[in-house]
Write a protein that binds this ligand. Structure first.
Ligand SMILES: NC(=O)c1ccc[n+]([C@@H]2O[C@H](COP(=O)([O-])OP(=O)(O)OC[C@H]3O[C@@H](n4cnc5c(N)ncnc54)[C@H](O)[C@@H]3O)[C@@H](O)[C@H]2O)c1
Length: 288
């Protein structure tokens, strides 16, 4: 697939990494629907960029993602590339989080990704044309965690789980990549502005803003994502430091197995995929 002349949708496209994805896609000759919960900002972004159009969409509302998909197919005549990128963070210790906060973070970061992936992938399959979808997770999906981001970390690990299963279910015509960037200079600290919760404490906000400001430029992160999608990489990473957390998790898993469940000759007996295959073939044989 060539980006030049392709038709793309970017959720969370009015700011940060999503905005940089929009700019990079347009620079490479794509037409882009910029979707964001902040519809005015999405439309303002699009007005300044030939080849772009703006649309309001709250990805945590399934019907709004369906409407976005209909709009994009009408507007562009089809969709080749989808960047399911919208996401939010809510700072605070997991021990003090409320059910409402969990529902909101998971509503955007997990349900929003599921809706976008499911709706656009099904439409691509129905329309019978190839496409590629990239979901923005985070280095948090690979095992990294940091102070005050518990709900965020858990939601991003859920995104990796969703992507694993979708990748197994999707036909070869629909490619799927998971983008796992580290720190990027964006407005992620302002996530609360679209939440039902009161504004953050100004000192906490200034702390988060100072940290994010030291991140990788969003343009660099967006280029890594788009290059990875075009290469067909299932996992796209951009920050070399993320590997430390991923390795630590892998070593922890290896050590647990070595100590508690070392490999034995009959280990495959309980391999659930082998068991499913065996039961299916026994059922088939009974029917024959
Ligand atoms: N900034 C980082 O350090 C970093 C690192 C790893 C991953 N990420 C991920 O990158 C993605 C983009 O975040 P960003 O850092 O560019 O932040 P950002 O706040 O600058 O941009 C996010 C955009 O998503 C929009 N948005 C929020 N809720 C939405 C919803 N319900 N529906 C549609 N749009 C919504 C916001 O209005 C905003 O325009 C997120 O998924 C985030 O988790 C960010």
């Amino acid at each position: 697939m060539d980006i030049k002349g392709s038709r793309a949708v970017v959720t969370g496209g009015a700011s940060g990494i999503g905005l940089a994805m929009v700019e990079e896609l347009l620079a490479r000759g794509a037409r882009v629907v910029v979707a964001d919960i902040d519809g005015d900002r999405a439309r303002r972004v699009a007005e300044q960029q030939p080849g772009a159009s703006g649309a309001r969409c709250d990805v945590s509302v399934h019907a709004e993602v369906e409407a976005l998909c209909d709009h994009a197919y009408r507007e562009l005549g089809g969709v080749d590339l989808v960047f399911a990128n919208a996401g939010v963070n809510l700072s605070g210790p997991l021990l003090k989080a409320t059910p409402q906060e969990l529902d909101w973070v998971f509503g955007v970061n997990v349900r929003g990704i599921w809706s976008t992936l499911s709706i656009f992938a099904n439409r691509m399959i129905e329309a019978g044309h190839p496409g590629r979808i990239c979901v923005t997770a985070s280095e948090h999906a690979l095992g990294l965690q940091h102070l005050g981001a518990g709900l965020y970390t858990a939601s991003k690990q859920a995104v990796l789980g969703l992507a694993d299963v979708f990748a197994a279910e999707l036909p070869p015509s629909v490619g799927l990549s998971v983008f796992c960037p580290g720190l990027v200079a964006t407005e992620l600290h302002l996530s609360r502005r679209h939440s039902p919760f009161p504004p953050a404490d100004p000192a906490d906000l200034a702390f988060s803003a100072a940290i994010l400001a030291r991140g990788m430029p969003a343009s660099e992160a967006a280029r890594a994502a788009i290059d990875g999608v075009m290469r067909g990489d299932p996992l796209i990473v951009s920050h070399s430091t993320s590997v430390t957390a991923a390795r630590k998790r892998a070593e922890q898993v290896e050590a647990a197995f070595a100590a508690q469940a070392p490999w034995t000759d009959h280990g495959e007996r309980y391999n659930v995929n082998n068991v499913i295959a065996a039961v299916m073939s026994e059922n088939e044989a009974r029917k024959a």
